[in-house]
Design a protein around this ligand. Structure first.
Ligand code: AMP
Ligand code: ZN
Length: 116
């Protein structure tokens, strides 16, 4: 997909701090980490968001979960982590290419949401 930041990162056209790559997935450090461990896992194939994914995407979605679990342990959050998929405007998705945030580190990340 033209003009998609994460498509360009997955293709290596924009540099990133890569932590993992295979045929279908790419993972890299978030440029503005919220916690000591903050990694993004993306499908290489453009999927705009979880909301636009289809049944055909189930295998790659499943692999995102499995790879995220492994990377969290390998990358410094072996005692647990949070996996976040911001979706659409309500979910405050800023980059329109599906991505899962792995957030963690040595300390608990805190409550999930601030109550409004
Ligand atoms: P979201 O609100 O879920 O769409 O989050 C997008 C995330 O992408 C944010 O946490 C940004 O810090 C991160 N981000 C944006 N540009 C880059 C980049 N060039 N390299 C790595 N992470 C990025
Ligand atoms: Zn894309």
């Amino acid at each position: 997909m033209e003009n998609c930041l994460f498509c360009k990162i997955a293709a290596g056209d924009i540099p990133s701090r890569k932590v993992y790559e295979d045929d279908e997935l790419f993972a890299f450090h978030d440029i503005n980490p919220a916690r000591p461990v903050h990694i993004l896992v993306i499908p290489k194939r453009h999927i705009t968001s979880l909301a636009s994914s289809t049944e055909a995407d189930l295998p790659v979605l499943g692999r995102m979960l499995a790879v995220a679990n492994r990377l969290a342990t390998e990358q410094g959050s072996p005692d647990g982590f949070r996996l976040i998929i911001n979706t659409g405007a309500i979910g405050h998705q800023e980059v329109q290419h599906l991505h899962a945030h792995i957030v963690g580190g040595p300390e608990p990340v805190g409550p999930m949401l601030k109550r409004v």
